[in-house]
Design a protein around this ligand. Sequence first.
Ligand code: DC
Length: 207
Amino acid sequence: MIIAVDGPAAAGKGTIARALARHFGFHFLDTGSLYRMVGLAAIRAGGEPITAEAAIAAAKSLDPSRFTDSELRNEKVGDAASIAAVIPEVRAALLDLQRDFARKPPGAVLDGRDIGTVVCPDADAKLFITARAEVRARRRQMELGSADYEAVLADIRARDERDSKRATAPLVAAADAVVLDTSEMDIAAAVEAAIAAVVAVELKGRI
Ligand code: DC
């Protein structure tokens, strides 16, 4: 069974996808971390702003064991990831890795931007997790600690624009995705709604 969880930055999809994996006993892959690894490797190889050559080379020789989570979580790496993610060769280089992971028994939850549309269009359940940009900026600001709210909001908007407008695999809800707006929900309520949505899709598939 494959569960695809897509959505914009800081909508809560990582937390929700991890909770789904735990609830159903499935494997979990944060595909954004793959793009972040590419962004960071490209920065290390050629500095900033990253070049397409450095990003493509990094994607083609990606070794996930070389990176630690703490290195990948800052805004600079997130921006480099979003820039690298526009490049079709980078996306193509990461496709098999994601699809192989999705086939792991007994099931897998993948979160990202294009899981339900491109990576796993046949996923058994698809969720699109979203929230208003202002709410997402507030959450990201709290995550980052001292960051300036207006700067975080501007960054979220720039990221949304880049992720949604790119030609290859843009951020968009799959036609058959369940859309969950978490703007007015706390984490527990969002996780509960996501589990209920997956169970409902599963039951529907069996009737
Ligand atoms: O989810 P995140 O913030 O860690 O993702 C970082 C960037 O990676 C995001 O701005 C766009 C890109 N990305 C993507 O294009 N496709 C995915 N499946 C996951 C992430």
